[in-house]
Design a protein around this ligand. Structure first.
Ligand code: FES
Ligand code: FE2
Length: 421
């Protein structure tokens, strides 16, 4: 099939796809396995909504860049010479060559390797060799991609007219992020994991902790396994954990109220393009961080924080990010689809920019819990992908604790509906 054939096929598929959802149930296998649905997803979701791609800490200096692949698009995310974050299509305006071919690096100007057209870091065409007298350089700057930084988290949108509801998201989320001062952080570690599963299975897996108690022994040292349960539905075996949770929550609320830190739950996981969930929640154990005993992994706290006991400020943004901001570090995840059955999960650990490895933090202590948790989740997602590919697969019903998964699938179906109008 040529590219020209593929587009109408994917589009016509999308006119019916959203009708194939049975409320309260997982999706049909085809949603996770079909290359045509994958193309629809790139078009309906990843080309139209705000996508989380990086943290500002990854491009601290003018000229620092990284490249992001979304479907057939490649985008350069960089800090320009005026220190502004920019996103530019990675396509030369001469004959279309990819410009930057590395995953990250730094540039003075952006020089095309083919015939050396040269662009400044804001995308302006500076040099184009010998051209006809009528050639107007100002018409051939690199195409800009919509970009915004929300308190140091960089989002891009490939659409010409990005969803405007992100303004509202930004206004509501920024007070939660502000105390963690991501503008004064550095990358302590970053790990890319290619999961053998559809991107939706990766997100769905993240949206429930039904599997945490049995599946994540390290994470549940500090993450309360009662996540997702309504208080009246908590099974008897989890009641001791729930009692600890209530006590820790009460203390966390006091600590936040004393300091004016936002902590209330915002849960808007469907019904609009820029869907989010935000809350500050207590951690078990020492209550400071995602480590094996809950103690802080970094001695130097983020921003100007005066207490390590701030639990986790968790931010989820559909379609492709979840993240946790503790007092001592932040761990952020981006999910990028590679193929119907392959997904890139990038995990980035941020610490205070002045923290010194070996003195203020130990890398293994900092990263241990989430490295293990990610590996466990990758296994769950791979097995799920294998199962939904099996002809015997039939979508089963969601449990009440899986209401976030249900909301995610609802949001996804809304995006399909939008392109089929
Ligand atoms: S394609 Fe880039 S300079 Fe020719
Ligand atoms: Fe998990």
């Amino acid at each position: 099939m040529t590219m020209l054939d593929a587009a109408p096929t994917a589009l016509s598929a999308s006119t019916k796809l959203h009708q194939r959802r049975r409320p309260g149930h997982a999706l049909d296998g085809e949603f996770y396995t079909s290359p045509t649905v994958f193309e629809v997803d790139i078009d309906a979701v990843f080309s139209r909504t705000w996508i989380f791609v990086a943290t500002e800490a990854e491009i601290r200096e003018p000229g620092d860049y990284l490249t992001v692949e979304i479907g057939r698009s490649s985008v350069i995310v960089l800090r320009d010479d005026d220190e502004q974050v920019r996103a530019l299509h990675n396509v030369c305006r001469h004959r279309g060559s990819r410009l930057l071919t590395e995953a990250r690096g730094d540039v003075g100007n952006i020089v095309c390797g083919y015939h050396q057209w040269t662009y400044s870091t804001d995308g302006t065409l500076l040099h184009a060799g010998q051209q006809a007298p009528s050639f107007d350089k100002s018409c051939f700057g690199l195409k800009q991609v919509a970009v915004r930084s929300e308190s140091g988290l960089i989002f891009i949108c490939l659409a010409d007219t990005p969803p405007t509801d992100f303004d509202e998201v930004s206004a509501r989320v920024s007070p939660y992020l502000a105390p963690h001062a991501l503008e004064r952080t550095k990358v302590a570690a970053q790990i890319d994991l290619v999961e053998h599963a559809n991107w939706k299975l990766v997100m769905e897996n993240n949206r429930e902790c039904y599997h945490c108690e049995a599946g994540h022994p390290e994470l549940t040292e500090t993450f309360f396994p009662t996540y997702g349960y309504a208080p009246e539905d908590i099974p008897p075996r989890l009641l001791p954990a729930h009692a600890r949770y209530l006590a820790a929550e009460a203390e966390l609320k006091r600590v936040c109220d004393d300091r004016g830190y936002a902590h209330e739950l915002i849960e808007e996981l469907s019904g609009r393009p820029s869907a989010i969930r935000v809350e500050r929640a207590a951690l078990d154990g020492a209550g400071e961080s995602y480590t094996m005993d809950g103690t802080a992994a970094c001695r130097k706290l983020l921003g100007d924080l005066d207490t390590a006991r701030l639990g986790r400020m968790s931010l989820h943004h559909q379609p492709n990010m979840w993240s946790h901001f503790m007092a001592d570090h932040a761990v952020v995840f981006s999910v990028l689809p590679l193929a119907a059955d392959r997904t890139l999960v990038r995990t980035t650990w941020l610490v205070h920019q002045d923290a010194v490895e070996g003195e203020d933090y130990d890398l293994d202590h900092l990263t241990d819990v989430w490295i293990k948790t990610n590996e466990q989740d990758a296994t769950f997602c791979r097995r799920a992908q294998e199962g939904v590919t099996d002809p015997a697969y039939e979508p089963g019903p969601y449990a009440p604790t899986e209401y976030h998964v249900d909301a995610f699938v609802t949001w996804y179906t809304e995006r399909l509906q939008e392109v089929s109008r």
